[in-house]
Design a protein around this ligand. Structure first.
Ligand SMILES: Nc1nc2c(ncn2[C@@H]2O[C@H](COP(=O)(O)OP(=O)(O)OP(=O)(O)O)[C@@H](O)[C@H]2O)c(=O)[nH]1
Ligand SMILES: [Mg+2]
Length: 299
């Protein structure tokens, strides 16, 4: 049996989480058009007759002097040491940036266990030649053409070849999770992430970076016969400033109503029981400078 941890690494918005979801065939990691959506190392699992691959989605690798961003960057970097194999995802619609060069430096010594994915090939503005030339310029001779795959994480094009290649490369080992697991995330974390995704997708500009979700209470309600009736959740969307709280609430409470509705709908699809969500908005000033909170939140 084959068994491997596979890190998914790349710049913000390269399509890492979209890729993980496509590979697993389930919503494992939240996705948005806003860079730096993923804040944790998120595991997605596939199991076949030949073995098990455990993928680790990571926060977008991004240079910044902000404490919060550095936590995210360290998380992404640390996943490399924990992995047998690496998928380096590049958005071929964007010109390579400084992070690309830094990532290549990290990946050069482990090029033999790394596959490079040229993503978003479904878009007309893709530029595969530019990406290939950049790799050859910054890491000459390090990555063979056989380790580079044009894909579309969105449509799934090219993904099955990548998975097959990973199975070929994976070492022998014991299965780490039961056959039917596609993620190891706790329900509480998944609830927080889905709420955050819905909030990011209705809000704009820098607001997404200013919010987090806090679960105030979570309780499983049972029927008289002991069967599960529903999961009852009270959660807070936490913003950094009063003005942001206003945006999240929206005119006449319209935004928070939509976020709650969208999140509850998706949670009801994900969990095998009904979920009832009570969602409110509050402010925690300067939370991104709070080391204790960041350490608990970013793992
Ligand atoms: N057209 C197209 N869009 C894609 C593809 N892959 C990802 N996207 C879009 O790109 C945006 C970013 O995708 P994510 O999967 O959230 O990117 P990410 O790398 O996880 O981003 P961070 O978590 O911020 O690092 C979303 O709007 C996706 O729908 C692709 O293959 N084709
Ligand atoms: Mg992501």
């Amino acid at each position: 049996m084959k068994s491997a941890f596979v890190s998914i690494i790349g710049r913000p918005s390269a399509g890492k989480s979209t890729l993980l979801n496509k590979i697993c065939g389930e919503k494992v990691s939240i996705v948005s058009p806003v860079p730096q959506t993923t804040r944790n190392k998120i595991r997605g699992i596939i199991t076949r007759d030949t073995g098990q691959l455990v993928f680790i989605d990571t926060p977008g690798y991004h240079n910044s002097d902000k404490k919060f961003n550095n936590y995210l960057k360290d998380l992404a970097g640390s996943s490399l040491a924990e992995s047998d194999l690496v998928l380096y995802v590049i958005d071929t619609t964007r010109a390579p940036g400084a992070e690309e060069e830094e990532l290549l430096e990290l990946l050069k010594p482990i090029a033999a266990k790394t596959l490079i994915l040229f993503n978003k090939t479904d878009l007309p503005e893709k530029n595969i030649q530019r990406a290939a030339a950049y790799i050859e310029e910054k890491a000459p001779g390090c990555f063979s053409p056989e380790s580079i795959f044009p894909v579309s994480a969105e449509s799934g094009d090219g993904i099955s070849r990548v998975i097959q290649h990973l199975y070929d490369m994976a070492p022998e080992g014991e299965q780490m999770y039961p056959d039917d697991y596609y993620t190891d995330q706790q329900p509480e974390f998944r609830v927080m992430e889905i709420i955050r995704e819905k909030a990011i997708n209705i809000s704009r500009q820098e607001l997404p970076h200013s919010i987090y979700v806090e679960i105030a209470d979570m309780e499983m309600k049972h029927n008289e016969d002991g069967s599960v009736k529903k999961l009852w959740v009270r959660a807070f969307l936490v913003a950094e400033r009063e003005s942001q709280k206003g945006i999240l609430v929206g005119h006449g409470g319209e935004n928070i109503k939509n976020i709650r509705g969208d999140a509850q709908r998706e949670l009801n699809q994900i969990f095998p029981y009904r979920v009832h969500l009570d969602l409110r908005v509050k402010v925690n000033q300067k939370w991104r400078r709070n080391d204790g909170l960041l350490k608990r939140m970013l793992f």
